[in-house]
Design a binder for this molecule. Structure first.
Ligand code: PNW
Length: 509
């Protein structure tokens, strides 16, 4: 059949977006160079080294800020036609707000990056916000806990559209608002470190307020682009949501776990997708998050979207970005003992990476990793999304990838033959081919990540790159086997858009 031959470039339309991704805080370094202001991640890693493996930070990381041209050459060699990266808000607006002044050197850096990409036939795919909020806004009004963020976000976005929109036509407003709200305000593992374990915070309301403000930032930015820039710049504005695929723990006949699957979507993907499509919260979220509690004896309520916010939200995306890594089992759970009431107790389900017999849900990247290879589940996820949320706009897989198999090993020799990653990517490309045969309208695929970099809580202990970075020797870059595999897959012989550009010392197999 048409779905079972080895995956080829020709299985995808010529204008399919093939790329790799990074984010500003993870790769740039240059944390205080050329007028950049501090971000919440700069401050958090320095103040809370205990929250990051080995107390690491990304003040320097892989120094993509200075190695920008070299890195664009690596992208070119790889043969990708798109590159996804994010802008550092505090590099452009050091104090977060326009009134505090623009940083022309920061703007200039991104102008150079964008020009360099275009000169090498690579289209920029740009995320406005990949979690690194200007610290000044966190301090002034507690960042996304305040609706004051919306005007500042839109003003920042407007500067980006104004400065870069003549050359950038693919925009993502937010990367993974779910993880931003969950890790920052439930787990407390990301800045601002709030949540159940932080006595000052209110886990019953804060994650929901943050989600509300994130959504309003997104929607207002989308409308701003369509009102003031779209006619001239002709670009697209989307949002990137992260979701796992969920399966009922005890199988499809267990009603409780089938409900748990619903709750899992409602509290992860639907948390953002329902507001974007219906301008309201998922019904189950309304049901479980509005009860009377000790902290809120008169009952607590989810934030309500005003009429104006609703009309901005509905269908406020030209495409839907999805970050897909793995699947989980969902199982129903009763009241939670010993956990502060809030988002975590509201969601009524536990996730599990193994079935009731202890069998893992897919091939695990390495012992202890959260990534399992569950590629066919991506097809099911896309079908589910289309059905449940009636998504008809095109989809871009904005992230998909795996950490190195042997994650404790550090040398190039130990990780260069990344066969697990090659298999992982191949299987997901096959899944996308199948999805498109079912008219699921996937127009792009970005591997996470272009190169090894600062992996948030994991610091430098988890490597997602197709390019290896030697942290012990001058941050030298070397391709892992997957980079060469991807290059071959994308090459002209396979119907790729560009001639092969193999040079000095590189060999194919
Ligand atoms: C995403 N989890 O984050 C981010 O968008 C990237 O910046 C990040 O490097 C990449 O995935 C790989 O982790 C996630 O623990 C972080 O389930 C953690 C999880 C999922 C996504």
């Amino acid at each position: 059949g048409k779905d079972d031959h080895d995956i080829k470039r020709e299985d995808f339309p010529r204008d399919f977006m093939f790329g790799v991704g990074t984010s500003a805080y993870q790769v740039e370094g240059a944390w205080n160079a050329d007028g950049k202001g501090l971000s919440t991640w700069d401050c958090f890693t320095l103040r809370h080294p205990e929250k990051i493996s080995n107390g690491a930070n990304a003040c320097v990381t892989v120094d993509n800020y200075s190695k920008m041209k070299e890195d664009v050459q690596l992208l070119k060699k790889m043969g990708v036609n798109y590159y996804r990266f994010s802008l550092s808000w505090s590099r452009i607006l050091p104090g977060g707000k326009v009134s505090m002044g623009k940083n022309l050197e920061g703007i200039n850096h991104y102008n150079k990056l964008i020009d360099e990409l275009k000169a090498n036939d690579i289209e920029p795919f740009v995320t406005l916000f990949h979690w690194d909020l200007p610290q000044a806004l966190e301090e002034e009004y507690r960042g996304f806990l305040s609706s004051a963020i919306v005007d500042d976000f839109v003003n920042y976005a407007e500067i980006c559209f104004w400065e870069f929109g003549d050359r950038v036509t693919n925009w993502v407003t937010l990367n993974e608002p779910y993880r931003y709200a969950f890790s920052g305000y439930v787990e407390g593992s990301y800045p601002p470190g709030r949540g159940a374990k932080n006595a000052e915070s209110d886990p019953e309301t804060e994650p929901y307020i943050v989600a509300y403000n994130l959504l309003n930032c997104h929607a207002a930015t989308y409308r701003k682009y369509h009102e003031d820039f779209k006619d001239l710049q002709k670009g697209k504005v989307g949002i990137t949501l992260d979701t796992n695929f969920f399966k009922p723990y005890r199988g499809p006949h267990n009603k409780d776990d089938v409900n748990a699957v619903e709750y899992a979507y409602d509290f992860m993907f639907g948390w953002f997708m329902e507001p974007l499509t219906k301008a309201c919260w998922p019904e189950n979220m309304e049901r479980f998050a509005t009860s009377a509690t000790a902290r809120h004896p008169n009952g607590r309520a989810l934030p309500t979207f005003s009429y104006d916010q609703r009309s901005k939200l509905i269908n406020s995306y030209d495409f839907l970005g999805i970050n897909y890594y793995t699947a989980n089992y969902a199982k129903i759970r009763g009241p939670l003992a010993g956990v502060a009431s809030g988002y975590e107790t509201d969601r009524q389900y536990d996730s599990s990476e193994v079935d009731p017999n202890g069998k893992p849900i897919g091939e695990q990247a390495y012992d202890g990793s959260w990534v399992y290879l569950c590629a066919h589940e991506l097809v099911e996820l896309l079908l589910h999304i289309r059905k449940k949320y009636r998504v008809t706009k095109y989809i871009v897989i904005t992230e998909n990838g795996s950490p190195d198999k042997n994650d404790t090993k550090k040398t190039y020799e130990q990780v260069r033959d990344d066969n697990y990653r090659i298999k992982y990517i191949k299987k997901h490309l096959e899944a996308i081919r199948t999805a498109n045969h079912k008219n699921l309208n996937v127009k792009g695929y970005f591997v996470w990540s272009f190169m090894d970099s600062f992996e948030w809580s994991f610091g430098y202990t988890s490597r997602f790159g197709m390019i290896y970075v030697d942290y012990r020797n001058n941050l030298q870059r070397y391709p892992k086997k997957s980079a060469l595999w991807f290059k071959k897959f994308l090459s002209i012989e396979n119907g790729g858009h560009r001639k092969r550009a193999l040079t000095n010392g590189e060999h194919e197999d």
